[in-house]
Design a binder for this molecule. Structure first.
Ligand SMILES: [Zn+2]
Length: 281
C-alpha cells in the first residue's frame, strides 16, 4: 500500500503562527510528521501547543539552547547578565527535557558575527551533551564551520544512546563519515537544491544513504530570530516553504536511490531514534 505521509526531520513550524489552512496545505503535500528544532527553552511550550491543537499530525519535539540564541543573548545582555540568563535557561531545559523527544538544537556556529567566544560555545555544547546523555535523549546538532572542533568535542564526551542527528549537514564525505562512525545520522536539507555545494553533493554520492535523513529546515531566518520571538510569532509564509519531496528527489538522484525509499527510510529512522508513534499508521 502507498504510504500516506512523510516526516520532515527538521523544521521550525512552532516559531510561527500557523493556521488551519497552513496545516491543511502541508497535509495536502503529504507532509504529516514534523521534528521541531528547539531554539530557546520556552519555545517548547509552542511545540506542545501544536501537538495539542493538531493531533492528526505527528509532532516530534526537542528543547535546547540554539547557538544563535546563545550568541544573541551574549551580545544583547553582556557577560554578567549572560550567566544569570543561562542559569535560568538551563533550569527550563532540564524541566522540559523529560517530555521532549530530543535535546537540541545545540552546537557551534562560526559563520555568524558574535562576541560569544568559541571556547564558551564548545563548553555550552558539552554541558548540553552531558544532560542529553544523563537523560538518554538523542541530540540535534547545529554545526556551521566548526566540524573539527565539534567532532573533537564528541570524542571526549559520554554520548547519549541513541546519538541523534546533525541537521542541515553540508560537509564533505570525510566529515560525514566521521559523524556516522560516531553513530549519528546526517540530515540533509534544501542546500542540495541550490547551485554550488559541490562538496556536499559529491559526499552524498559516497555516503551510505541509509544513514541520511531528509529535512526542510523551514523556516528559521536569522534576522527574524535576532529580534526575539517572545509570544509574538510571525505569520507562517507557505510560499517560502521548501517541499520535502523536492529535497528527496535531488538527494535520491545523488545517492542513486528511489526518493520514496529515502523518505520511508528517513521516517523509519526518526521513528526509532525518537521512539515516536506514527499517526498515519
Ligand atoms: Zn533549525
Amino acid at each position: 500500500m502507498e504510504k500516506k505521509g512523510y516526516w520532515d526531520a527538521h523544521c521550525h513550524l512552532h516559531l510561527f503562527d500557523c493556521t488551519a489552512g497552513d496545516l491543511n496545505e502541508l497535509g495536502a503535500h503529504d507532509e504529516t510528521g514534523f521534528f521541531l528544532g528547539g531554539y530557546a527553552p520556552d519555545d517548547f511550550l509552542h511545540q506542545e501547543e501544536l501537538k495539542k491543537n493538531w493531533p492528526s499530525f505527528t509532532w516530534l519535539t526537542s528543547v535546547g539552547l540554539h547557538p544563535w540564541w546563545l550568541q544573541d543573548l551574549w551580545d544583547q545582555q553582556g557577560q554578567v547578565n549572560f550567566e544569570a540568563n543561562l542559569q535560568q535557561a538551563m533550569i527550563l531545559l532540564e524541566t522540559y527535557l523529560p517530555q521532549a523527544n530530543a535535546l537540541g538544537e545545540c552546537g557551534v556556529d562560526r559563520a555568524r558575527q558574535s562576541g560569544l567566544p568559541l571556547d564558551l560555545q564548545l563548553d555550552l555544547l558539552r554541558r548540553q551533551i552531558d544532560l542529553a546523555a544523563e537523560m538518554k535523549k538523542p541530540l540535534v546538532l547545529h554545526v556551521v564551520r566548526a566540524h573539527s572542533q565539534v567532532l573533537k568535542c564528541l570524542s571526549g564526551q559520554k554520548l547519549p544512546d541513541p546519538r541523534g542527528l546533525v541537521h542541515a549537514f553540508n560537509g564533505s564525505y570525510e566529515i560525514g563519515k566521521a559523524y556516522i562512525d560516531k553513530g549519528f545520522f546526517l540530515s540533509i536539507g534544501p542546500s542540495v537544491l541550490k547551485p554550488g555545494y559541490q562538496k556536499l553533493k559529491q559526499a552524498l554520492s559516497r555516503l551510505p544513504w541509509d544513514r541520511l535523513l531528509l529535512e526542510t529546515d523551514s523556516q528559521l531566518k536569522g534576522d527574524a530570530v535576532s529580534q526575539g520571538w517572545g509570544n509574538h510569532r510571525p505569520k507562517y509564509d507557505a510560499s517560502t516553504r521548501v517541499r520535502l519531496r523536492a529535497v528527496a528527489d535531488v538527494v535520491g538522484q545523488l545517492c542513486d536511490v528511489e526518493p520514496a525509499r529515502l523518505l520511508a527510510s528517513s521516517q523509519q529512522h526518526l521513528q526509532d531514534l525518537l521512539q515516536a508513534q506514527d499517526c498515519d499508521a
